[in-house]
Design a protein. Structure first.
Length: 366
């Protein structure tokens, strides 16, 4: 059973074996949290809400004082039970209604919305709507809409705060953002796991403000270490703990190639500048080059060192610079020769745009 009350949903489960009820609060951030006196129906994994009133109870006096029409809604909301997600649908009632009643027909194909209150009077409305279009799920579109709704709600909530409380809230967010940036900087030199809370903070306060969500691709069952787009943006490659490197198609979200050859998991994968090759390296002390089209390993370099920190293509894709055990080395892909460039203890570097220079980041911060 689900009980809806403003910003909280109460989930009630009955355990027949123990003869006990279990109560769980589910907090949602959606425009529906300000609505009451709506009609609703439950079908399969969804609860649909129709219309409603977003006024303040004190304004609705014993003599049924006038209710402004702008406080009555014609919106339709869909709550997905299994995902605890609520979204405002594109469909809407032809007129705003509150205190109406919704019933499903016998085959669950249509919903009838009857009666209600609008324009300071009871109305004898009867609206019939098809269920199929309302419960159809476009997950990517819904996530985008939810993100936009949540951002608006957060902004409206912050507008209602007094100046001192608002300053405290903004300072909290600054601390959260600072924590993310510190983690990102730190993770360049030490490889540690991603903290789940950072996903929440990043998506809520940074990414959603500056970027628009486009697609979610499920990579469950594998712990990812790195991801990079191909130069044309049509593919991306992932490195993971499973030792398998995967090439994905952006549009379909499916794996198009699996590259197998490393004896240990990889932490770095890179497309060559022309997008025809992929470089992979790390924990098994090998650097591999793969043909993107065929998925075949075309070159392999075994590095006699404790570890490989990072590796990079030159801008023309003919040279790979790699950093291992504090040294900087150059691998000429055409001749196959490897030479030591610098024994200054460095863990990271980058080519200049013309490929003629390399800047090094050393252990003494120089």
């Amino acid at each position: 059973m689900l009980l809806f009350c403003y910003e909280t949903i109460l989930s009630i489960l009955y355990n027949e074996n123990d003869n006990k009820f279990e109560f769980h609060k589910i907090r949602i951030l959606s425009n529906i949290t300000s609505i009451s006196y709506y009609a609703y129906v439950h079908i399969d994994d969804f609860v649909l809400f129709f219309g409603g009133w977003n006024g303040i109870l004190d304004n609705f006096g014993p003599d049924h004082d006038l209710i402004p029409n702008e406080n009555i809604s014609n919106k339709i909301y869909k709550y997905t039970i299994s995902e605890e997600r609520c979204v405002t649908l594109d469909q809407a009632l032809p007129i705003p209604l509150s205190c109406c009643v919704a019933t499903l027909n016998e085959d669950n194909q249509s919903v009838h919305i009857s009666g209600g209150y609008y324009d300071n009077a009871l109305v004898s409305a009867h609206i019939k709507m098809k269920i199929k279009e309302m419960i159809k799920t476009d997950k990517e579109k819904e996530i985008q809409k939810i993100a936009k709704e949540q951002e608006k709600i957060i902004i409206e909530q912050m507008k209602k705060l007094d100046s001192s409380t608002l300053i405290k809230a903004l300072n909290r967010k600054k601390k959260e953002i600072k924590k993310i940036l510190e983690y990102w900087i730190r993770s360049l030199s030490i490889k540690i796991g991603w903290i789940h809370d950072f996903n929440i903070i990043t998506s809520k306060y940074i990414l959603l403000r500056y970027f628009q969500f486009v697609k979610e691709i499920n990579c469950k069952g594998d712990r990812l270490h790195m991801v990079q787009f191909s130069p044309d943006g049509q593919k991306f490659v992932t490195a993971s703990r499973s030792k398998i490197i995967r090439i994905w198609d952006v549009n379909s979200g499916k794996i198009v190639k699996q590259l197998k050859g490393h004896s240990n998991h990889t932490d770095q994968v890179l497309f060559s500048p022309d997008g025809t090759m992929i470089l992979s390296c790390l924990f098994d002390n090998t650097i591999c080059l793969w043909n993107v089209e065929s998925g075949i390993e075309i070159k392999k370099l075994e590095v006699h060192a404790d570890n490989i920190d990072t590796a990079h293509f030159s801008p023309d894709g003919t040279i790979i610079a790699f950093f291992s055990s504090g040294t900087t080395n150059i691998w000429d892909l055409q001749s196959g020769q490897v030479r030591l460039l610098s024994d200054v203890r460095s863990t990271f570097g980058a080519f200049s745009p013309n490929g003629q220079q390399i800047v090094l980041f050393t252990w003494d911060n120089s």
